[in-house]
Design a protein around this ligand. Sequence first.
Ligand code: ATP
Ligand code: MG
Length: 451
Amino acid sequence: MIRKFISRVLGRKGPERPNEPAIIALAQHGLQRDQISRGCQRTVEGLQENGYQAYIVGGAVRDLLAGLKPKDFDVATNATPEQVRHCFRRSRIIGRRFQIVHVSMGAETIEVTTFRGHHGEHAGNKAQTDEQGRVLRDNVFGSQAEDAARRDFTVNALYYDPTSETITDYHHGVADLQQKTLRMIGDPKTRYREDPVRMLRAVRLAAKLGLTIDPAASRPIREMSELIDNVPPSRLFDEMLKLLTSGHALHCVRQLREEGLHNGLLPLLDVILGQPLGERFVMLALEATDRRVAEGKPISPGFLFATLLWHEVLAKWQLFKSGGEPATPALFLAMDEVLEVQAEKLAITRRIAGDIKDIWALQPRFEQRSGKRPYGVLQHPRFKAGYDFLLLRAESGELEPATSVWWTEFLHASDEARAAMLLPPTPGEARKRRRRRRPPASIGQTPNLQE
Ligand code: ATP
Ligand code: MG
């Protein structure tokens, strides 16, 4: 009796009553209804008016409690996708591995998910896993308690009801958030085996929320890190992109190293974090990215991955050149090889790979500062990214500043001043110029530098 009372007061579920959640009132959690987007409130109300349970769940509740602005609002309900569909005129079922419903409310789209069930043996529907224990299918409806139990961290398993302004908390998540702890629901080793991406999520969420990963959840990471090998490359790419664009990339990458997760996870991190110039370059790039996120500016994934991989390209480029390959073909060989190695683990999309290559291929072109060539470089559609990249190289000490200083001046100079800045052509360039019939179309225009 006393134990039950204590667990009620502390909002902690007693071990003897695993399915009894704490119901936390506004006075304790402080989350106000009007912090929830209007569309999301209307979605929850719509479901509740039809007799269903509905809550805001996951990242949005967590972020609001932590004083952050949520990226989006997700709703969880006991209504099936079909039943959700019937509650809202403007809604459609998105058929993926697990069906969810997109409800449109004005300009907002709210993602509504039916509570997911256990796939433990006792539930009679054991999940399909691979030999390492990674869950391959996970598409069984369940109760709210089961839905909470299959979420990863306690702070991610909070259900907010805007009508009563209460939070249903099965796993002590509100208290963990207040105590700044990221705690795994269930046995961390089992949960990492089911889905190794949770190791990366732990690092990212801890950095984003300023939480400490509970030792029980951080301890197994080092020994289990190689399970990441088993994750499909496209999923790993998505997660790495989230991590790098989280606004806490620098912290995350440091933490990955501390947790022993960079080894083998991404070949690029192995190499880069081991060499001083490369490391300085990457850290500057991540700092700049975090700054942009803080200022609400968009992030270019191509630019980000181009920076992360640059020092590998440089090393390979050097190798090909010393093997007798001329500079430009050597660079292209190096670029292809570096991207190929990454592709084994990380499915960098074709479009992003194109952006990365454009940025890299522009670098040697910045060295050519005579004749009409600089005008051609200015006209390149990826000039701005290539130029920012050049600045970063100079800042990291990889390049003499002369080149980037010249380009900054050239970029902002008048037509006459630009013409006066051009260096005399080298003998090789003069020969090529004589062979060229058509003048380039691009001379005299300045690229659009809007961000
Ligand atoms: P963010 O949106 O800031 O990236 P998030 O926690 O909201 O973080 P989502 O991918 O949007 O991440 O997932 C929404 C919710 O789904 C999470 O809060 C968590 O409850 C659950 N979830 C997501 N990924 C997993 C996972 N790998 N294992 C278990 N539960 C997960
Ligand atoms: Mg989310």
